[in-house]
Design a protein around this ligand. Sequence first.
Ligand code: ZN
Ligand code: MN
Length: 481
Amino acid sequence: MVEYETIIGLEVHVHLKTESKLFCGCSTEFGAAPNTHACPVCTGMPGILPVVNKKAVEYTIKSALALNCKVASRSIFARKNYFYPDLPKNYQISQYDEPLAQNGYLEIGTDSGRRRVGITRIHLEEDAGKLLHCIGSREIDGSLVDFNRCGVPLLEIVSSPDITSPEEAYTYLTTLKNIIRYLEVSDCDMEKGSLRCDANVSVRLVGKKELGVKAEVKNMNSFRAIQKALEYEVKRQIKALESEERIIQETRLWDEKKERTYPMRSKEEAHDYRYFPEPDLVPLIVEKEWIENIRKTISELPDERRERFIREYKLSEYNAGVLTAEKALANYFEKVVKLYNNPKVVTNWVMVELLGRLNAVNKEVEESPISPGQLAELLKLMEKGTISGKIAKTVFEEMFNSGKNPQVIVEEKKLVQITDEKEIGKIVEEVLKENPDAVEEYGKGKQKAIGHLVGQVMRKTQGKANPQLVNKILKEKLLKK
Ligand code: ZN
Ligand code: MN
């Protein structure tokens, strides 16, 4: 059997979370009314002069350092010329032969261990506007353009062709997103377009030295879609090679509904863009001292934090991975543990109850109606025996819905655990009287019958009886029968 290998390189564009745009003072706010955040600079009126946003440069350097890149002390902005209706200047200010950062890597976890994927370059550029196609609509038969996004700063991160499978591409993207979010320079929300990814993919026979002809795939709106588009593309290219068809270098679009890619245009070459240095901007000079100061602002990144969680809290690799993927979740977990020092119990409650409820209502941990302090209080009530584990789940649900403190809910709903042996004894007697069959079966040696009796006692007490006591008292009374 002939074997092929897959070669993937990813180009990721990320919106930087600055207040204003890259070269003017317009707001970068997402979702504002069309064309309310636009000015002569970002719409390219004659005579305008761009001024670079220092914060955007800082965020780019911060990301570059976290991705182990070498930051250039001098870099150049360049014009990338092309015509498209969402680009009023007819050029995009980008960086070309002298980018802000180069030669880094990102470490990813794969089935065969941890591996580095090279980062060829990271540069800063401006985004284009957005087209809204209403062709055929009754009011507007045509396309509308919104310039709000014009000039929003973009970080472009280009990987080396080091990724060897669609699944690895998924892992690379997730790892990258988590790091960028930890740095708090972007929210990387694909739905809002603040993270976009183009994928270059080719296949070749194992053992061949030269790269196969690549296709660039665009238009994927989730990491899973990227993985699927790449899987489709790999199959398509292998099939073409096997039937001795020629693969042409082109840009293809992913069709989410039909789950296939189709050709959009033949791939443009760099010279098609007639790059030249942006004459309105001076070279970007970055002092060493500034780089070192930015380096100091980088706190613990996801990998380090995961390792620390395993060490410090004795968590499994998997649990530590889930809890540290998002900075906000890891912070939440650590706040609870600080107040209630039982990492194992906290892990369970955060991963099962909290994440379960948050996912069900599509909320982020930042929006959790239960604060870390409130969750810690709940766990303490359980530990003290004020409430049983089962009741704790009821209280949790109520806390999630109302935002009330657990003590308040326990008092209001009279959920305090019954630990009075006399009181439990009375209910046990009742249950024994009402269930002669189960008592008889137990007498004949059927241990399982006790489970039914425990269930009855718990039902009569709405789950409030202390289960250990119920068991103990039941057994004592059954012995005397
Ligand atoms: Zn503007
Ligand atoms: Mn770009």
